[in-house]
Design a binder for this molecule. Sequence first.
Ligand code: ATP
Length: 359
Amino acid sequence: MIGFQDVRKEYGSTVAVHDLRLSLPDGAITVLVGPSGCGKTTLLRMVNRMVEPTSGRVLLDGTDVRELDPARLRRGIGYVIQQAGLFPHRDVLDNVGTVLVLGGTGRREARRRAVELLDLVGLPAELGTRYPAQLSGGQQQRVGVARALAADPPVLLMDEPFSAVDPVVRQGLQDELLRLQGELGKTVLFVTHDIDEAVKLGDRVAVLRQGGHLAQVAAPDELLARPADDFVTGFVGRDRGYRRLSFVDGQLHPQSVDTVVLGDPVSGSGWRLALDTDRAPRGWVPPQSDVDGPLAENHLVAGGSLHALGRPLRGALDAALSAPSGLGVVVDGSGRYAGVVTAEHVLDVIQRERGVRTG
Ligand SMILES: Nc1ncnc2c1ncn2[C@@H]1O[C@H](COP(=O)(O)OP(=O)(O)OP(=O)(O)O)[C@@H](O)[C@H]1O
């Protein structure tokens, strides 16, 4: 759907994008990642003609975008930028409905549709009458995404949309984008300088280096497993082997451990896992603890992270490494205790998976 054909952009003597050839698969997220100044934003803005190439062509559905009227082109492409870029003097509903009104929809209908879009991006309708300054950074970004989706464009350009929010909110926004994309299947071009964000979100990741050169384009797992050169190796980082575990699934065989339900008397010795009455893990009873009477929260040592069955093995290893007992707690889809795993067991499964994969 979107293709860059030998696209070059020069600003005076600066080559921002160097004869770049890249095509973006339909209905997938392609992430452009690279250090500051390597030409990511320039490349992205060439799609909606906010920047014109010095030479080469940008194709949208086979048509050179230069043949398309810029205003119409932009109405058909969702655009999300850092700090959302909302209009400060319009309330949230008017912000979200902007593109619809520009396209000829009446204001009342645009506001009605905006309420649905807020719901789509996980915001309560009550926020609709607030002004951007009355929202948190994460909420503003969601409004920005809702606004970009308003005209239901097939293409979404996202330029560092989550860079200005704190890491926890950022993860939430990333998860939300993946959920939305699962529903909507847009063709997304996403710019970031954060390799973790790139491998989490991208179906394909294009790594750029200084001077606007394309260093490698690959699926995230492939990128981490086989970086094309020293630049990409350096960029994806030293812990790429560990990060790659995010893409490794395998059949874990959790073992059982002694459990005790909060409110029940404690017996046995060694590490015992405390559960609530729904069998959700709550923490650990350490060896030699002398709990007298029913088990209460204040008798517990905090647990590590939990691993949900079927999720990538990185989470299982983290659960084992973060548990005070050294036993990673595995839960089922409803958050109920399903067993425990040691780091050794997880590593065995990983090695076996690798063996299968590499033949
Ligand atoms: N309007 C402009 N005039 C002159 N030079 C520009 C202009 N826009 C970008 N450049 C230069 O082109 C190069 C690429 O810039 P661009 O903004 O595309 O990089 P980027 O990878 O998005 O960077 P960042 O991650 O810092 O946003 C940089 O050297 C930049 O200084």
